[in-house]
Design a protein around this ligand. Structure first.
Ligand code: NAD
Ligand code: ZN
Length: 378
């Protein structure tokens, strides 16, 4: 089969690789119909995640048709249309049983943290879903079977695999409630969806920050938020604090290991080599109100020596973070999409055949052609 593979920093190639096979009795093989590129994949291709072997198959936002099932699979059958959550989760351990599927005790043989599809050996070493076929472990738990009565196209449902529940979790776990002021850092796919869900939860004011003009325009136009380019202000954190009268109730960091335009600058920001002046965490520390919450949805992967711990401590700020436990959110969010309470398709700017994945990565990473979200069609 064909699959998108990691060949080193900034080098992704679609290659011919071996088809996956059933390894455990509760595995399934899914023939992928649509699969997306995520901001998290950019951290991988920037070389920021340790333990990424060459030829590793990447991708963790897939959906498709069940092609083969293991002998102990009861939840799905061959021919079912399924959404595959990025969390690999067993369904039996304490964490899976308590809606914390992103920290499943049985999904990561390499360390005490959850396992994810296509996200390096550090996260369990599972082959990813930007491929024609995908092996899905623990198929009696994770996959969401789309009812036969639902005729919605893939694009409406695909992001249930990750960024819809992730963005929802960002506002939900971040504690956004009626009447709150919410600042969303980052107007990528995750930030744009988080803005929608902040309104949905009853926020009275939603403010977006980025430095990419077309993404800020999209946020203003589609999500009706106030939008700020952090390059237009000397100190965006202080400015936001002022215009919100002391800071936002909740600041959602949908940036993570990013912060500057060029590849080198991104690495430097990640390592906080400049004290992280532009890092989202530093902005968040300033523009959250006293006793407010900073919710880090953006992925971080390295040590952060210049983390502004004193700012968080002295102003009683709550900090929450982590990989989203998406599995338990999918059914309710699916219903919201079917009932047209949310439409995630406005963020899709590029639809490409799988064979053009490398081009997809380039436009998404370098913010070319007004790219917001790339969907690949194997
Ligand atoms: P993206 O790269 O498209 O979006 C990030 C946006 O942040 C970009 O538009 C960028 O210009 C902007 N940005 C950079 N520095 C900034 C700063 N200092 N302040 C404000 N904006 C800034 O990625 P995405 O797909 O939207 O994903 C966003 C983040 O969410 C990534 O870090 C990704 O890894 C993470 N993520 C986390 C989970 C989870 O489970 N926690 C799941 C999916 C994605
Ligand atoms: Zn993702």
């Amino acid at each position: 089969m064909k699959a998108t593979t990691y060949q080193g920093p900034k080098n992704v190639q679609v290659k011919e690789v071996k088809d996956p096979v059933i390894e455990n009795k509760d595995d399934i093989i899914v023939r992928i119909t649509s699969t997306a590129i995520c901001g998290s994949d950019l951290h991988l291709i920037h070389g920021l995640m340790p333990n990424m072997p060459t030829d590793y198959i990447i991708g963790h936002e897939p959906m498709g048709i069940v092609d083969e099932i293991g002998p102990e699979v009861t939840k799905v059958k061959k021919g079912d249309r399924v959404i595959i959550p990025f969390n690999v989760s067993c369904g039996h351990c304490y964490y899976c049983q308590h809606q914390m599927e992103s920290q499943c005790d049985n999904s990561n043989p390499h360390r005490d943290a959850g396992g994810y599809l296509g996200y390096s050996d550090t996260y369990g070493g599972y082959a990813g879903g930007q491929a024609e076929l995908l092996r899905v472990p623990y198929a009696n738990f994770g996959p969401f079977v789309i009812p036969k009565s639902c005729e919605l196209e893939d694009e409406k449902l695909l992001f249930l695999s990750d960024i819809i529940p992730t963005a929802y979790w960002g506002v939900d776990y971040g504690g956004v409630k009626q009447g709150d002021t919410v600042i969303v850092l980052g107007c990528g796919p995750v930030g744009l969806l988080a803005q929608k869900f902040a309104w949905f939860k009853g926020a009275k004011r939603v403010i977006a920050v980025d430095y990419i003009g077309y993404r800020l325009d999209h946020a203003k136009r589609v999500n009706r938020v106030e939008a700020f380019n952090f390059e237009d202000t000397d100190n965006i954190g202080a400015h936001l604090k002022e215009i919100t009268g002391g800071g936002a109730d909740v600041v959602i960091d949908c940036v993570g290991l990013d912060g500057k335009k060029t590849f080198i600058e991104k690495i430097e920001t990640a390592l906080m080599l400049h004290g992280g002046a532009m890092g989202a965490i530093n902005i968040a520390a300033q523009c959250v109100r006293k006793f407010g919450t900073v919710m880090m949805v953006g992925v971080y992967g390295l040590r952060y020596n210049a983390f502004p711990l004193g700012d968080f401590f002295s102003r009683n700020i709550t900090l929450k973070m982590g990989q989203a436990p998406v599995v338990h959110y999918i059914p309710d969010l699916f219903k919201m999409i079917v009932e047209e309470k949310i439409d995630p398709t406005d963020i899709i700017t590029h639809r490409l055949p799988l064979s053009e994945a490398s081009h997809g990565y380039e436009v998404f990473d370098e913010k070319k052609d007004n790219c917001i979200k790339v969907v690949l069609k194997p």
